[in-house]
Design a protein around this ligand. Structure first.
Ligand code: PLP
Length: 386
C-alpha cells in the first residue's frame, strides 16, 4: 500500500510544503480513536452497521449538542444538528438542494480555494465581496445587493482560510440583518471556530448561534478537531433547512452519513477525550504560531512582508509588495525546498498575486523554522531576478 498518497498532500522529497493545510500525521488521535473503538466493540450494536437515520445517529447528535453548548459558547439543541460527511460534502449538498446552474452566489475575496471548485462543479455564478481585517465588508455586500439576488453567501467568519481574519460581532449581526432583509442564505463555514489557540482571544459567537432567524446554515467539521479521515462533520441550522437536508434523495437512498464512524466520535465526546485532545491541539498550534512568527520576524523577508499573527485556525497570510508575484516566487521556492499556497488560488479573479498562505498544521517547529529560512533564501533569489 502506498501510504504517501493522501488527498490534498503534494509531498515532494526534500520539500517542506507549507501549502499543506491539514494536520500532521503524527498528531492525529490514533490512540484515542483506538480506545473509543475498543469501548464500542465491548458493546457493539448491529444498528450502526445498518443504513443510518437520515439526520445522523441520535446519540452523536445529543453528545455533540452538549459539547457545542459548552465548548462553542453556543446553546445547541440536538435537533438543530445534521451529521454530514465533512464540510466539503455539506457544501456540495447545500449547492445541490438550494441552487441550480447559473444561479448567483456571493463569495469572499479571498476564499477557500476548494470551495471555489465545489461551486464551479455546480456551475454557479460567483460574485466576490472584499474583506478587510474585520472580515467580510458588509458595506460592499450591501452595494452588490443592489444589482444581484444571491441564493447564498459563502463566508468563513472565524480564523478564515486563507487570511486568518475573524469577522467582528457587529459585522456578523449586520450580515444576518441583511440576509433577512434581502432574503438570501448565509452558508457559514465555521470549521475553525473551535480552534482558538490563545485562551484570552476567543472569537465572537459563531454564526451558528443565529440559526433561529432561518437564514443561516452553519457548516462544521471533525476534520480540524479530530481527523479528516473520519469524513464526519455537522451542520447546525433551523428545522426548516434541516428537513430539506435530510429529506434529500441522497439521504433517502444512502441513509445518514457514516453511522459507523459516528460511534467512536460519539464516545470520544462522551468520555471527555475530544475536549482533552482539543486542549492539546490548541497548545501545540499556539507554540507553532509563536515559532513561525518569530522565524518570520527574524528573516530578511520581514522587511517586505506584512501579516497579522493568527490567533486560531491553521494559516499565516503573507502580503508582499504590490508588484510581487508569488507564482514566480513559488517556482523559485521549489528549487530551494519549500512550498506554500499562492495567492491567486484563493481568488475568483485570479488576483492576489502578491499573497502567500503558509500553514503551520502539518509540520513540527524545527521544520517550520527550516522552511522560513529556505523561503527567505528564495525571496532573496526572486528579488535578485526582478
Ligand atoms: C474553510 C474550509 N472548509 C472546508 C474544509 C474541508 O473540510 P472537510 O474535511 O470537513 O471536508 C477545509 C479544509 O481545509 C477548510 O479549510
Amino acid at each position: 500500500m502506498d501510504l504517501s498518497r493522501v488527498a490534498q498532500v503534494a509531498e515532494k522529497e526534500n520539500v517542506i510544503n507549507l501549502g499543506i493545510g491539514q494536520p500532521e500525521m503524527a498528531i492525529l488521535p490514533n490512540e484515542q480513536i483506538q480506545a473509543a473503538m475498543l469501548e464500542y466493540w465491548a458493546d457493539p450494536h448491529p444498528h450502526y452497521l445498518a443504513y443510518g437515520h437520515e439526520p445522523g445517529p441520535d446519540n452523536l447528535r445529543h453528545a455533540l449538542a452538549t459539547f457545542l453548548t459548552a465548548e462553542a459558547d453556543d446553546p445547541t439543541a440536538y435537533d438543530d444538528l445534521f451529521i454530514s460527511g465533512g464540510a466539503s460534502q455539506a457544501l456540495d449538498l447545500i449547492c445541490t438542494l438550494y441552487t441550480k446552474p447559473g444561479d448567483t452566489i456571493f463569495i469572499e475575496e479571498p476564499t477557500y480555494f476548494l470551495a471555489l471548485r465545489i461551486f464551479e462543479d455546480h456551475h454557479l455564478n460567483m460574485v466576490a465581496i472584499p474583506m478587510d481585517d474585520q472580515g467580510l465588508i458588509t458595506e460592499a455586500l450591501e452595494n452588490e445587493l443592489k444589482s444581484h439576488r444571491p441564493k447564498f453567501i459563502y463566508t468563513i467568519p472565524t480564523f478564515h482560510n486563507p487570511s486568518g481574519v475573524t469577522q467582528s460581532a457587529e459585522r456578523r449581526e449586520k450580515l444576518v440583518e441583511l440576509s433577512i432583509e434581502h432574503n438570501f442564505l448565509i452558508v457559514a463555514d465555521e470549521v475553525y471556530h473551535l480552534l482558538h489557540h490563545f485562551p484570552d482571544e476567543k472569537p465572537p459567537q459563531p454564526l451558528a448561534s443565529y440559526v433561529a432567524h432561518e437564514t443561516v446554515i452553519s457548516v462544521n467539521s471533525f476534520s480540524k478537531i479530530l481527523a479528516p479521515g473520519l469524513r464526519l462533520g455537522w451542520i447546525k441550522t433551523a428545522g426548516i433547512h434541516l428537513e430539506t437536508l435530510w429529506r434529500s434523495a441522497l439521504l433517502d437512498s444512502g441513509g445518514g452519513v457514516n453511522p459507523f464512524a459516528a460511534q467512536p466520535v460519539r464516545i470520544m465526546i462522551e468520555s471527555g477525550r475530544l475536549k482533552q485532545y482539543l486542549i492539546e491541539l490548541k497548545n501545540l498550534y499556539r507554540r507553532r504560531i509563536n515559532a513561525l512568527d518569530e522565524a518570520l520576524q527574524s528573516a530578511s523577508l520581514a522587511k517586505i512582508v506584512t501579516y497579522h499573527k493568527p490567533l486560531g485556525g491553521y494559516f499565516f497570510w503573507l502580503k508582499f509588495p504590490d508588484d510581487f508575484d508569488t507564482e514566480q516566487l513559488w517556482s523559485i521556492a521549489q528549487t530551494h525546498g519549500v512550498g506554500f499556497q499562492r495567492g491567486p488560488s484563493f481568488s475568483h479573479h485570479k488576483g492576489l498575486k502578491n499573497y502567500a498562505r503558509l500553514s503551520f498544521a502539518y509540520y513540527s517547529i524545527p521544520q517550520l523554522q527550516e522552511a522560513i529560512s529556505r523561503l527567505d533564501t528564495a525571496v532573496k533569489a526572486y528579488l535578485s531576478t526582478t
